[in-house]
Design a protein around this ligand. Structure first.
Ligand code: PHE
Length: 455
């Protein structure tokens, strides 16, 4: 019976298909919107340094653990922990992931909705002839405020984003995601490289490059580390069971170590390049502050489009790709609660996708209205707090529990055995088994506790 169920489960067409789909999940607003925002707010280059360390030492380690748990159990996050340690409270990690997924989906889709708004704006030529530097900064700032403070507009864009996500997830994960990721991810990469080159050649770009790449270690503190580690989990889609779920569709003969390596590398490359676009442009065309927050990317990007031939076309194409990159991420987020409801509660896939989508939409409305649409919600900074609680704290807590579970409950030797199917020469085994038991839990625990006391 069990074997029959297993053989009915979807499987990625190839190792490359998994890498592209997982990279599609990882690459999204986290790289292009959230990463530059975090760099700008947390001291510039010093954040970048801590971030790179966090990805290499902790993010990669947790990703490998999630993939191993998923492929070993062939289950959704709740079912997976129950499978390895039946009848214990460990499946709470799965429930935490399901709740976190719905919460992240709600406000993430608000920002993705803004990207849809920018597709419409650039198509209508909103950023043509921006004039001199000051006029240009003022114009792009005004364009952003007008978009995000219009209550009906942001709600409608949120609805469109969640609707598109629920539709694709209701049709099943494999077909759509596999086919699209293969074409669109490389295209996004090319445009990002092109824009980065242009940004670096703007007169006055140097100040931005040093803000971004010359660390000032006096700015290093606990908050910087918390946000850098949190950003690593967010950007790599870790801590809530997304990679665990995607891992459950990988075949036994595929190499998990190199797969996790490629996904982490691709994700980091795109985030790094996004910073190369944003900061030189920001310093070359003054008028917008690096610590601007969620508005940063949306105010700065149109400035660079005004500096390249066919800028309007590139701007349009860029926002289309950003929308699609976000969509491949929202799909993977929604897939967590849906896989749980389908596997464990025997709901039909469409019912699960549409009902969870509706819930996320309802939950997203206050976030959508907190950028000027409603004065009380704006003052309460709802979207900011949603992102802090779920996007930073809950993901870190989830990753901590996953590391402890893998290291001490499932045990590294069992996990390593799973990893070795498909990777007979698991070269990083020593490093990984130490990192998952000691390094990752210690670092995450310290930052969570210190954050708790500093709040
Ligand atoms: N990693 C995605 C991004 O960078 C967001 C995400 C977070 C996706 C958590 C899945 C799980 O945009």
């Amino acid at each position: 019976m069990k074997d029959k169920l297993k053989s009915r489960r979807a499987i990625w067409g190839s190792k490359l298909a998994f890498i592209l789909a997982a990279a599609g999940s990882a690459i999204g607003l986290g790289n292009i919107w959230r990463f530059p925002m975090m760099v700008g707010r947390n001291g510039g280059a010093v954040f970048v340094v801590v971030y790179l360390l966090a990805v290499a030492l902790i993010g990669f380690t947790v990703m490998l653990a999630e993939l191993a748990i998923g492929r070993h159990t062939l289950k959704n996050p709740v079912g997976a922990f129950e499978h390895i340690k039946p009848g214990t409270a460990w499946k709470a990690i799965g429930y935490l992931g399901v709740v976190t997924a719905v919460a992240i989906l709600s406000y993430y889709s608000v920002v993705a909705g803004w990207a849809i708004g920018y597709i419409i704006k650039t198509a209508g030529g909103a950023f043509r002839n921006l004039g001199g530097p000051e006029a240009a900064s003022a114009a792009t700032s005004r364009a952003f405020e007008t978009l995000v403070s219009n209550p009906w507009q942001v709600i409608l864009l949120l609805l469109a984003m969640i609707g598109a996500t629920a539709y694709i997830v209701s049709r099943g994960i494999k077909e759509g995601i596999e086919r699209w990721s293969k074409i669109l991810m490389p295209l996004l990469f090319l445009i990002v490289v092109f824009l980065a080159v242009r940004a670096l050649t703007l007169p006055g770009a140097g100040a931005g490059v040093s803000f971004y790449l010359k660390p000032d270690f006096s700015k290093l503190n606990g908050t910087v580390i918390l946000f850098a580690v949190g950003q690593a989990f967010f950007s790599l889609s870790l801590g809530l069971g997304t990679m665990l779920t995607y891992g459950s569709y990988i075949r036994r003969s595929d190499n998990l170590v190199t797969s996790a390596g490629w996904v982490s590398f691709a994700d980091t490359a795109i985030a790094f390049l996004a910073g190369i676009i944003i900061f030189p442009t920001l310093f070359a065309i003054p008028g917008i502050e690096p610590a601007e927050g969620p508005a940063l990317v949306f105010k700065v990007l149109p400035l660079i489009f005004s500096k390249i031939p066919l800028g309007q076309l590139f701007g349009f194409l860029f926002f289309v790709l950003l929308f699609i990159a976000s969509l491949t991420s929202t799909i993977s987020i929604l897939e967590v609660p849906v896989a749980y409801l389908v596997d464990e509660k025997k709901w039909s896939r469409p019912r699960a996708a549409w009902l969870v989508g509706l819930l996320a939409f309802t939950l997203g409305v206050p976030s959508a209205l907190s950028s000027g649409g409603d004065s009380l919600l704006t003052r309460l900074r709802i979207q900011h707090w949603m992102d802090f609680i779920f996007g930073s704290i809950a993901l870190a807590a989830g990753a901590l529990l996953i590391a402890l579970f893998t290291g001490y409950v499932w045990k590294v030797k069992n996990a390593a055995q799973e990893i070795r199917c498909g990777a007979p020469r698991f070269r990083l085994e020593k490093f990984w088994s130490l990192a998952i038991r000691f390094l990752a839990p210690a670092v995450i625990l310290i930052i969570l506790v210190s954050q708790f006391f500093s709040q």
